[in-house]
Design a protein around this ligand. Sequence first.
Ligand SMILES: Cc1ncc(COP(=O)(O)O)c(C=O)c1O
Length: 339
Amino acid sequence: MKRIDLRSDTVTKPTEGMLEAMMKAVVGDDVIDIDPTTRALEDQLAKEFGFDRGLFCPSGTMANQIALMLHTRPGDEIICDALSHIYWYEGGGPAANAGVSLRLLPGERGCLTADLVANAINPENEHAARTALISLENTANKAGGTCYDLDDIKAIRILANKQKLPVHLDGARLFNALIAKGQKPQQYKGLFDTMSICLSKGLGCPVGSVLLVNNAQYNEGRRIRKRLGGGMRQSGFLAAAGLYALNNNIERLQEDHQRAEALANILTECDWVKQVIKPQTNIVIFYPYGEPDNIIKLLNDAGIDIIAMGGGALRLVTHMHISDEDVDNCRRIFSKLAV
Ligand SMILES: Cc1ncc(COP(=O)(O)O)c(C=O)c1O
């Protein structure tokens, strides 16, 4: 049996078709001026989601950090969900890069509502940190790949407009949300001031995220990207993978979601599993009865890799290298696990 790597959808390797597209890429120097393939990728995503420009970045973390720095000044505060990636997994970047504090809110499985946000906007006085940005995450990774309803985003946008606050979207897995909710990119037009989208998660690219911005933010965004070390030269080889993914790997995300649901159902039947959070996309969070590290080891010995999410939770993520046969093998191994 081949090893079944369910640690993350970031473990995927480029397929032959993707590698071929990368080899054929026409490239330039994206720091001196432009790389045509990079520009094509940035423009395609910008057009789809209603932005002026895109900034191709080496990682989702960098794309998010550039957005935070664009929208804030040191001493400001950002409103986000308590499970946000920008808080948990970006190395303290908001404090180190933007010099901001985060106001962490208890959303519903990683998703905020306008009411929650409204109560967290600081008054305009010298005692309070200036609320400078609302940051949402869709899908919400640590919450188990949960998706926003468009109406909730629209309500937050209306509030933000009234309060003259920008809204950023960490859309590392936005295409998973679009597929799960039957939404179209055009429906996101005008809802966010910046948006980061990852190509190296479910879409199967080796590297790359795009930060979508408007013309007024573009030059400063490029400067910040350069300062962080994210100016890339012949980035077209990587951008070509992104273009290939946008054209070939989006509809298939539905398969990942179905397999995640199948795995969740299998886990529900296992006597060593206390609770399974119903997946909405490709991420399954569950709580075992036994010691999480022990379960990870037992599964690892049986050929399945998963990771711990803290607080007793374990996570598995489906992706393009996970097949129906892998799900069947998981069924066999999960059901026999001697915890
Ligand atoms: C929601 C979310 N945002 C941002 C990132 C950061 O992406 P990267 O690992 O490319 O820095 C991740 C990574 O898993 C993520 O899950």
